[in-house]
Write a protein that binds this ligand. Sequence first.
Ligand code: DX5
Ligand code: ZN
Length: 225
Amino acid sequence: MSFDRTVKIAPSILSADFANFGQEIRAIEDQGADWVHIDVMDGHFVPNLTFGPPAVKAFRPHVKTVMDVHLMISPVDAYIDAYADAGADVLTAHVEAGAHTHRTMQAIRGAGMKAGVALNPGTPAEAVEHLLDLTDLICVMTVNPGFGGQKFIDMTSKVRKLREMIGDREIHIEIDGGVDPTSAPLVTAAGADVLVAGSAVFKGGSVDTPEVYGANMEAIRKSCI
Ligand code: DX5
Ligand code: ZN
């Protein structure tokens, strides 16, 4: 996985057809998705339940780009090896998920993955300042995590602050929640490079009409220029 700060679209398969993940992943990648974002929820850290390690492992052979796994679970550490074994390229944990995020980041890198840290809307940029030398990605939540299709919460000033804190370090800034052609240019102008989008990518399309996914991604990309 090489590093750059160009805008990357990471469709969240939370908005895909749950009976058809293999074809859905192929459809979004054929249509130009840069990464594939997988939302893992535990019904405890967030009020919803999604994919355990066996599900993520089953997605792996279908993902040709980057498998970006977002853990909305607490505790995290006991599951790191299972998601490494499932084939995650990037594994992101929430800074609010436990008392020892520093240890969690070390363990994620130790298991051979890129380490991401996510911040809920109420968590300030400073909460990850001590983690910068252990982090490959900072995920700024622009909704309260748990569900797709929620309204964008403007976190532009947090993104700007993080971009400044990061300096020359090779750390991606990812935006997650309510990303569409209206919100995307605000956050990319502030320094974000990875845009997670669920409903804005999958809306109106299906594996039989994948060109709709392509047009939806293109609309987000164009809005950022
Ligand atoms: C929210 C998830 C997001 C979500 C984004 O808890 O982390 O990845 O699927 O969905 P949209 O783009 O519909 O807000
Ligand atoms: Zn997510």
